[in-house]
Design a binder for this molecule. Structure first.
Ligand code: UDP
Length: 447
């Protein structure tokens, strides 16, 4: 799935499985193409899926995903057929597909291949997606403005405003697609989650109860395999200059700000964030991705002299080496949109979060961060410069912030333990490898 938040965990999973002895073949689109030289130990096949500028826009993510599912079907089927009929190829053990690529179900069935899904987001938001038929029946969906603050009684701890909805031109189609989730998952041989038991045990238990499909929580994937910048999978080039700058900052003093690869904000919000950061008097590193601000190429809306007046206290980059940034001792807080990868990366480095979810599952992730794990504060009451300043102070200088830091450090330890020998993800991964091999044995008998 050619989106940054999906590419990263898929390649991390591929690294993990390669380490376990499997050989890895990646089929990817020409659109947002991967660079094979970053992973010389994998075989890459590019399929001719090009999108026009309008089609490639992720302003309507749902429309984008549906279109990709249509456009990929044929070239993907052809590519897979070629691989399967090539006698020089090693036998294919299974197809691992992003959950959002629903078209792969038919392809796998046609080729009698075991198909396993990778869910790149949280188990808890998956539970919310799986509840869509109920949420529609009970009238929580479509969301009504007047009910945003209401708790969803059938789905604690969510409020109506936390439900993972997307702005799309055809909401009905969206609801139908999500409502088909259960069937789609049960048609697969299993589903991998990039999470761990100590983090999302309750949601995983709910999924086990509701689905007959085997599930494998084997995350945090990016920690299962030693980080290596040369095997980076970034679509934008990372600006490494922020690391020497971080080296000059006091421990835990820097606010790292990033809203991921898809979220966009309007100019008013952009300026409130800029002034909130400037007025906080803390050093900050801010990722302003080109196109983040509606109607702007990059940071043009900033008042002239803004950056100069900061006197080196603020750094703005187009894309950062995020995992290294979060692991840096100078970083004290992560102001995030709560994409699942960012949330998990923050937990794994023990960095408290300021949550500003923008779309889909980010709202659900932010609710868990702020109200279940209590490792961050959510900007829930409007995002203006005063509220930003107050929240930064609370998390960096007050008792509440200290407690948040203690809790996230404990979670960080649990994340470390779960992937070590005997840990829950370690065991689940072992089980997963055995499972693939058993599926392969059944498949070989059938063929
Ligand atoms: N990321 C990065 N540099 C940046 C911003 C993000 O490397 O400047 C990475 C981040 O580490 C994460 C991914 O991009 O792995 C974003 O995924 P996430 O699920 O957090 O958000 P999405 O982009 O899907 O909204």
């Amino acid at each position: 799935m050619p989106l940054q938040g999906h590419i990263n965990p898929m390649l991390e999973l591929a690294n993990v499985l390669h380490h376990k002895g499997f050989s890895i073949t990646i089929i990817h689109t020409q659109f947002n193409s991967l660079n094979p030289t970053t992973h010389p130990h994998f075989t890459f096949h590019s399929i001719p899926v090009e999108l026009s500028r309008t089609e490639a826009s992720t302003n309507d993510v749902m429309a984008f995903i549906l279109l990709l599912n249509v456009k990929c079907f044929e070239p993907f089927s052809e590519c897979l057929a070629r691989l399967l009929s090539d006698d020089d190829q090693e036998p294919v053990a299974c197809l691992i597909s992003d959950l959002l690529f629903s078209f792969t179900q038919h392809v796998a069935e046609n080729h009698k291949l075991a198909r396993i899904l990778l869910r790149t987001s949280a188990a808890s938001s998956f539970v919310a997606y799986a509840a869509f038929p109920l949420l529609l029946e009970k009238g929580y969906l479509p969301i009504q403005e007047s009910r945003l603050e209401e708790p969803v009684l059938e789905l604690p701890p969510f409020k109506v405003k936390d439900l993972p909805v997307l702005k799309t031109k055809d909401p009905q189609k969206y609801y139908e697609a999500v409502s088909g989730l259960k069937k789609a998952v049960e048609a697969s041989c299993g589903i991998i989650f990039n999470t761990f038991e100590d983090l999302e045990g309750n949601s995983l238990a709910t999924i086990r109860q509701e689905f007959n499909t085997p599930i494998f929580p084997i995350g945090p994937l990016h920690k299962c395999f030693p980080a290596n910048t040369s095997s980076s999978s970034n679509l934008l080039s990372q600006d490494q200059s922020c690391i020497p700058w971080l080296n000059t900052q006091a421990p835990q003093s820097v606010i790292y700000v990033s809203f991921g690869s898809i979220a966009t904000i309007n100019e008013t919000l952009f300026l409130e964030i800029a002034w909130g950061l400037a007025n906080s008097n803390q050093p900050f590193l801010w990722v302003v991705r080109p196109g983040l601000v509606h109607g702007s190429e990059w940071i043009e809306p900033l008042p002239s002299g803004f950056i100069k007046a900061l006197n080196g206290r603020g750094q703005i980059v187009k894309w950062a080496p995020q995992k290294n940034v979060l692991a840096h001792q100078a970083v004290g807080v992560f102001w995030t949109h709560n994409g699942w990868n960012s949330t998990l990366e923050s937990i794994c480095e023990g960095v408290p979060m300021i949550c500003m979810p923008c779309l889909s599952d980010q709202m659900a992730n932010a609710r868990y961060v702020s109200h279940v794990w209590k490792v961050g504060l959510q900007l829930e009451h409007g995002v203006d410069r005063k509220e930003i300043e107050r929240t930064i102070r609370k998390i960096m200088a007050e008792k509440e912030g200290e407690e948040i830091r203690d809790r996230i450090l404990m979670l960080m330890e649990k994340a470390k333990i779960c992937i070590k020998q005997g840990g829950s993800s370690y065991q689940s991964l072992d089980g997963f490898v055995k499972y693939i091999l058993s599926q392969f044995a059944i498949q070989s008998q059938r063929q």
